[in-house]
Design a protein around this ligand. Structure first.
Ligand code: ADP
Ligand code: MG
Ligand code: ZN
Length: 726
């Protein structure tokens, strides 16, 4: 059949495209010939067409199983656009009422409908199954097929029932499609759908325009992120956090630092959530701080960076999420902040879950940790995880390739690992192999009597880190593999066996050291929100000393929040000191000098990069009211409306706004000024402040005269301070 039609002209006729993308044609031919077909193609590769076109060419109705109810309508609308016949495509999901479903059924029975989209939970309903039994099915398409596997990043139990239901409705070819599948997930999909022998069409998953980097997550992570965003101005970016609480906190911190950011997570009310999403798509906001709930089905082509604030739960998730950067083929920076501690936290969270699920979750996390800690090319590690070999020596677009580490010979170490894996009959995971090498008599080791093995303790000269690096890199080099059925169990491959017989050079790079970096940034001391707790305690000591000398209580000199701010912003001159909340000119003159000297010395001794134009304002230093005012102004809410909604007088609101700009935060209130003020007035007042030697309100009112109201002068002064001083 397939040989007789010209597929390219069909493509042109139905979809208007001139040629097929990637493997599309071969995939479609395979399906048209009645074969089960497995498609692995990155997001944006054009998977939908692989079932849409054949559905139009084959007799009967194609059933498309897809988990994204929200996207179904779009897909159906898109198909209808290609055809004159509305009945050509339909969907059935929980959102349809009885009469809509009846219409769908009528169209299907009349033979008009070529594509029927069904949510998996609707497919399991008896009445739907019974109805479909009487329908001629051309084929079944299982989209987002990774949902079948517990090892995928989006497991859905209903997906496991697809095969039995297909058998009940009536057999027809199956095409399964996904954008992410490790070999393990791929195996699960094929096994579960009973299509072990199907041809697999796999496109490369390499995204050469994406830059991958993993940075140590220290206590300065917020500052690092603010700095990153400021270095990438006016670009769209997504920051992923694991918890809703963190999403909100970080969004607030970014806003308080003048960054146009919004939060997005499933716990927010849906109106705000979709507003934030729309604003991001419309580029009214630059940064979205989100849980991984954000991004499903979002096709913003020019997201320029994706930051992972926390370690992703799996590498598949990481690939999906980073994949949202640079879809147009342009710049896409993917930066992950990693610390071992996050790993432990996540493992703890999993403890309430069933053991099997915990085991899976832990393995997936281990893979992510291995990726983060490894100094091997990120691209190569990532693609290897998806079963693809990347052979370039240096990809030139990841942190490890741009700063290559020295390689060391590990031939003997690899031999020890391979011997140990064989000695324990290829039945154990990496951690266990390392225990054996290190001669650790754990209860598991004792239970298997493995302390009697010859290899037991043979690797005590090297620490765990080294063994980890050897094992990870041996996996990538193909000397070891992980068992697909019992994931994580190490096997020696044929080339591993060959290596043991005649060992050759095997060079590895040491893993990146994240622990060392952490030591430089000591943990926060109890309760303080200073970014630099060491400096904070030094400042406290100085305050104590001065208080004794001057015989005044410490808080009279500076209060704690002021010291915290100093240990965050690092002011080194009396002028800079006055930017600190609670520090006026008088206090700065009277007590400030010694503090500036101390801070300056501390910065020099520790080579601290002072955030001169990077004033990180911790939200804790601001009252909730201030943060909320900043947010409202960012959203261009009229100032009198803000006052109204906060239940304060307009003049009180101006007090707050003044405090905000005087403490160094830039605010843009032009939208409001332009609306309420005469342009000449505005310019006159602005010019006055430009020429004046003082910003005192009384002086301004005297000088400008009765034509100008106090509020007007204050408003323009806010604009002036914000633009000139900050
Ligand atoms: P996927 O499901 O793999 O993420 P889609 O099926 O949504 O990708 O397709 C991504 C985009 O590519 C769509 O805009 C689609 O119209 C377009 N596309 C698909 N096939 C072709 C083709 N042969 N020529 C040009 N554009 C195509
Ligand atoms: Mg798709
Ligand atoms: Zn690289």
């Amino acid at each position: 059949m397939a040989g007789t039609i010209n597929l390219t002209s069909q493509l042109k006729k139905h979809f208007g495209f001139d040629k097929f993308k990637g493997n599309q044609e071969a995939i479609i031919l395979n399906l048209l010939n009645g074969n089960d077909t497995f498609v692995l193609m990155p997001t944006g590769g054009g998977k939908s067409l692989c079932y849409q076109l054949p559905s139009l060419l084959m007799e009967g109705t194609a059933i498309v199983i897809s988990p994204l109810i929200a996207l179904m309508k779009n897909q159906v609308d898109a198909m209808r656009n290609f055809s004159e016949e509305d009945g050509i495509a339909h969907f059935i999901n929980s959102s349809l009422n009885k009469s809509a479903i009846d219409q769908v059924k009528t169209d299907i029975l009349s033979g008009r409908t070529k594509l029927l989209y069904v949510a998996p939970e609707s497919l399991t309903k008896v009445e739907n199954i019974d109805f479909l039994k009487d329908v001629k099915i051309s084929f079944y398409a299982v989209d987002e097929a990774h949902c079948i596997s517990e090892w995928g990043h989006d497991f859905r139990p209903e997906y496991r029932r697809i095969r039995p239901i297909i058998n009940e409705i009536g057999s027809a070819p199956v095409i399964a499609l996904t954008a992410t599948a490790t070999p393990k997930v791929q195996h699960d999909i094929q096994k579960n759908l009973g299509m072990a022998d199907s041809i697999v069409f796999k496109s490369s998953f390499n995204r050469s325009n994406l830059y991958y980097e993993v940075k140590a997550k220290t206590n300065n992570v917020d500052r690092d992120i603010i700095k990153f965003i400021r270095n990438n101005p006016e670009k769209s970016g997504i920051i992923y956090c694991l918890s809703r609480k963190k999403v909100e906190e970080l969004a607030e911190i970014l806003q308080a630092n003048g960054i146009n950011a919004r939060a997005y997570h499933a716990g927010m009310d849906s109106a705000t959530r979709s507003q934030n999403q729309d604003d991001f798509l419309m580029e009214k906001i630059e940064v979205i701080v989100a849980t991984i709930a954000f991004g499903m089905g979002i096709d913003k082509p020019d997201v320029r960076y994706v930051i992972h604030y926390d370690i992703p739960k799996s590498l598949e998730g990481y690939y999906q999420e980073t994949g949202r950067a640079g879809r147009d083929g342009g710049e896409g920076k993917c930066v992950t902040f990693y610390t071992n501690k996050d790993l432990q936290k996540l493992e703890k969270f999993m403890q309430g879950k069933p053991v099997a699920e915990q085991e899976i979750g832990k393995q997936l996390l281990q893979e992510t940790a291995a990726y983060a800690e490894s100094s091997v090319c990120r691209r190569r590690s990532l693609l290897h995880y998806f079963g693809e070999e990347y052979t370039e020596e240096n990809c030139g677009n990841c942190d490890n390739c741009l700063n290559p580490k020295k390689q060391v010979e590990a031939q003997e170490l690899l031999c020890s690992v391979l011997e140990t894996v064989i000695a324990v009959k290829e039945n154990f995971k990496a951690e266990y192999i390392i225990d054996i090498l290190q001669g650790k008599e754990t209860s598991e080791v004792q239970a298997h009597l493995h302390e009697d093995l010859e290899v037991f303790g043979s690797g005590m000269g090297e620490d765990d880190k080294v063994w980890n690096a050897v094992i990870r890199q041996a996996l990538i080099a193909g000397y070891l593999s992980k068992d697909v059925e019992n994931y994580g169990t190490l096997k020696v491959t044929d080339s591993g066996k060959k290596f043991l017989k005649s060992p050759k050079s095997f060079k590895i790079t040491e893993d990146n050291d994240f622990e060392e970096v952490e030591e430089e940034a000591p943990a926060r001391s109890g309760g303080s929100c200073a970014v630099d707790p060491v400096l904070f305690s030094m400042l406290k000591d100085l305050r104590k000393k001065l208080s004794k000398k001057l015989e005044v209580p410490p808080y009279v000199i500076f209060q704690d929040p002021s010291l915290e701010a100093m240990a965050t912003i690092y002011p080194v001159t009396l002028d800079e000191l006055q930017n600190i909340p609670g520090v006026g000119a008088g206090k700065a003159k009277r007590y400030g000098a010694e503090f500036c000297v101390l801070i300056k010395r501390h910065c020099e001794e520790n080579e601290i990069e002072r955030p001169e134009d990077l004033r990180v304002r911790t939200v804790a230093n601001k009252s909730k009211l201030k943060v909320s005012i900043i947010q409202s102004i960012d959203r261009k809410v009229a100032l009198d409306d803000i006052a109204l909604s906060k239940g304060i007088e307009f003049s009180e609101l101006l007090d707050e706004v003044e405090a905000i700009v005087y403490s160094g935060t830039k605010l843009n209130i032009d939208y409001f000024l332009n609306e309420i003020m005469d342009e000449d007035h505005l310019l006159d007042i602005y010019d006055y402040f430009r020429e004046s030697t003082t910003d005192k309100l009384e002086d301004a009112m005297d000088e400008l005269g009765e034509d100008y109201t106090e509020d007007e002068i204050r408003l323009v002064r806010i604009k002036f301070i914000s633009e000139m001083a900050n």
